[in-house]
Design a protein around this ligand. Structure first.
Ligand code: CP
Ligand code: NVA
Length: 332
């Protein structure tokens, strides 16, 4: 059934770098050189099966497929019932018999695994309750742009002149928030690239033990530091990047009141960064959508915050994933 893109736990560091480098080249070619794609997906269709809402991932995917000359076919949960009216197995066999790729946003991670198992075409994970791999590619691309050589003016893009291998290893990222799908994806990705990660989650909101184990096994091999605490101030020490996410992920709406109480003290503020001793030039990342409780406006709309650059980079990284799976048919 060809190759899928489900989690970076399945990819080598070189393959992850290849996706980031390709995204940077696409951004340079499309945004700055205004180059056409040559329509390699002409006559081909990517089914976009989403059982949850999306702004960034959907817009990034539809525009990326259009750029490559293909047809994005959005199938929301009102259009087809992923695993509701029909088993996922049947849906996967049927849809994959007519399209060239499937991008799916699901609840349970086992749903994306089932789709991939029975699909005859490549499957891309557009978020599950366990992982959100395309998001982490955009985060890494943004960190490369921010910590690499800076352009002289807005109209020159220089990120493609250096390799992320020169900019990413050694950076320290502090996660302040929920032990959720975004953190899980960072845990299975960062140690492969030598990006240090210090994690603060409230008690009871720790990341999954099996994901932590994957991260720790990898971290030993690459000499990367991974640490866990329940004190946000401890986590931000010497951080180059502070990152958080919503405290209430899609599907957890009924837990809102309890979560807001349990996450007291976890709001990202400039005093948290200062008191905890983050690096003077620390930057702020957030996958969005964002609520005020997890980060103040003062940080979110400050020059430290690179959230909108990160959001735009969803497009270039998703373009690189689609290009790898449907055009090059390889991550190598
Ligand atoms: N960050 C992200 O995945 O956003 P959407 O849910 O809007 O796609
Ligand atoms: N953790 C969030 C990420 C949204 C992009 C969620 O799963 O809803």
């Amino acid at each position: 059934s060809g190759i899928h893109y489900i989690t970076h736990a399945d990819l080598s560091s070189q393959q992850i770098y290849n996706l980031i480098v390709s995204a940077i080249q696409h951004k340079h070619n499309v945004k700055y050189l205004n180059k056409q794609s040559g329509q390699p997906l002409s006559g081909k269709t990517l089914a976009i099966m989403f059982s949850k809402r999306s702004t960034r991932t959907r817009v990034a995917t539809e525009t990326a497929v259009a750029y490559l000359g293909g047809q994005p076919m959005f199938l929301g949960s009102q259009d087809i019932q992923l695993g509701v009216n029909e088993s996922l197995l049947d849906t996967s066999v049927v849809v994959s018999s007519m399209v060239d790729g499937i991008m799916a946003r699901v609840g349970s991670h086992s749903d994306i695994e089932t789709l991939a198992k029975y699909s005859t075409v490549p499957v891309i994970n557009a978020l599950s309750d366990r992982y959100h791999p395309t998001q982490i590619l955009a985060d890494l691309m943004t960190m490369h742009e921010v910590f690499g050589p800076q352009p002289k003016d807005e109209s020159s893009y220089v990120a493609h002149l250096t390799h992320p291998k020169e900019t990413l290893p050694g950076l320290k990222v502090a996660w302040i928030g929920d032990g959720n799908n975004i953190l899980h994806s960072m845990l299975v990705t960062f140690p492969k690239l030598g990006v240090h990660l210090s994690v603060a989650t409230p008690k009871g909101y720790d990341p999954s033990k099996d994901v932590v184990k994957i991260a720790q096994d990898e971290a030993v091999k690459t000499n990367t530091e991974i640490s866990f605490t329940h004190d946000p101030k401890v986590a931000v020490k010497d951080a180059d990047v502070i990152v958080t996410d919503t405290w209430i992920s899609m599907g957890q709406e009924s837990e809102k009141a309890k979560r807001i109480k349990d996450f007291a003290g976890y709001q990202v503020t400039s005093s948290l960064a200062k008191d905890g001793g983050a690096k003077p030039n620390w930057k702020f990342l957030h996958c969005l959508p964002r609520k005020q409780e997890e980060v103040t406006d003062e940080v979110f709309y400050s020059p430290r915050s690179v959230v909108f650059q990160e959001a735009e980079n969803r497009k270039w990284t998703i373009l690189s994933v689609i290009d790898a799976l449907l055009v090059k048919k390889s991550f190598d």
